[in-house]
Ligand binder design. Structure first.
Ligand SMILES: [Fe+2]
Length: 328
């Protein structure tokens, strides 16, 4: 069951609010006064497990502190939120992201997945910046194909990302849905056999796993040095909600503490298969200028395939992690 704000005691609500204030210092620092932007948001769930749409936000404008808090509350409750109809530039995308935290700058430069124009933008696109449709066999496209497998962004970092914001600029009609899983619910429902395997254990997350998995170029020595493998708990506690979730990222997990490679691989496969059940999943069908914002700490996602002759252009910002993964 998803815990809801309605079920919390006054103390729990106060603790949650305190944690949010601690985690989102910009809320206190913000000089915006409610009423200046005149925004009133409405939130409508799209799936019982996760996913909601938020109306009443114009991402080209800064949010006042109270509206920002409402957006964060909805995000923490629904894990994935969509802001439909956002006609934003890359600069506005980055400025909106900055209200939630510092945007990541992708370490890898060799495959040109980072925008030349705005360095905080990660290009989830099969069209290059000269407007050329790229083929699936090209290195950057091979690497992006890993996003069809369940993962959470930047889990290979010592302090993995808080969340991501993806702007659908040219969307696919032949596939290209982005699917999300509520990993709180997965953890709560784990069968005993799987639960006993993950409790108290860590998994390794290695960026260079992508090269072994999908045949994209190996990271350069400089990139490898910037992204050494890291170990994170398989069960993590969310720093804002305090809830426990399963933390796996199948495209980066290449080892598990106390297991040989074959057993580790099998366990990640079993955990992924258990997670990918429709009751835990929201599947997002894109409309142009949707901006989707998800929490990387308690969800995993995967994109469905689409016709490679169809253009698909999405720009992503990723919020820098602020602390190491807390063991659950
Ligand atoms: Fe991703």
């Amino acid at each position: 069951m998803l815990a809801s704000a309605e079920c919390m005691t006054v103390e729990q609500r106060a603790l949650l609010r305190h944690r949010k204030r601690s985690v989102y210092p910009f809320l206190q620092a913000s000089g915006y006064i409610r009423g200046v932007t005149g925004m009133t948001i409405t939130v409508k769930a799209r799936h019982p497990a996760l996913g909601a749409e938020i109306h009443g936000v114009d991402m080209r404008q800064p949010l006042d502190a109270e509206t920002l808090q409402e957006v964060v509350d909805a995000w923490m409750k629904h894990l994935v939120v969509v802001f439909p109809g956002q006609h934003i530039t890359d600069q506005e995308h980055v400025a909106f992201t900055r209200q939630l935290g510092e945007p990541e700058i992708f370490h890898q430069t060799s495959l040109h997945l980072r925008s030349d124009g705005v360095k905080e933008i990660f290009l989830v696109s099969n069209v290059d910046e000269r407007d050329r449709l790229m083929r699936p066999s090209e290195p950057s496209q091979k690497q992006l194909s890993s996003s069809r497998m369940w993962h959470t962004d930047s889990s290979y970092r010592p302090m993995p990302s808080v969340g991501s914001l993806l702007h659908g600029i040219e969307i696919s009609r032949t596939g290209g849905m982005t699917q999300f899983i509520n990993m709180y619910m997965v953890y709560e429902d784990l069968p005993e056999r799987l639960r006993s395997e993950v409790e108290g254990r860590k998994a390794r997350h290695d960026f260079s796993m992508l090269h072994r998995l999908v045949g994209s170029p190996a990271p350069t020595p400089e990139e490898q040095a910037a992204m050494p493998p890291v170990w994170h708990p398989l069960v993590r506690r969310h720093p804002v909600t305090g809830r426990k979730s399963l933390y796996i990222s199948s495209i980066y997990n290449d080892a598990i503490e106390g297991m040989d490679d074959a057993a580790a691989h099998r366990l990640i496969e079993d955990l992924t298969a258990f997670s990918a059940q429709p009751k835990y999943m929201y599947r997002h069908e894109w409309e142009p200028d949707d901006v989707l914002m998800w929490d990387n700490r308690c969800t995993v996602h995967a994109v469905t395939p689409h016709d490679p002759d169809e253009r698909r252009v999405m720009h992503r910002t990723t919020i820098v992690g602020r602390e190491p993964v807390l063991a659950g």
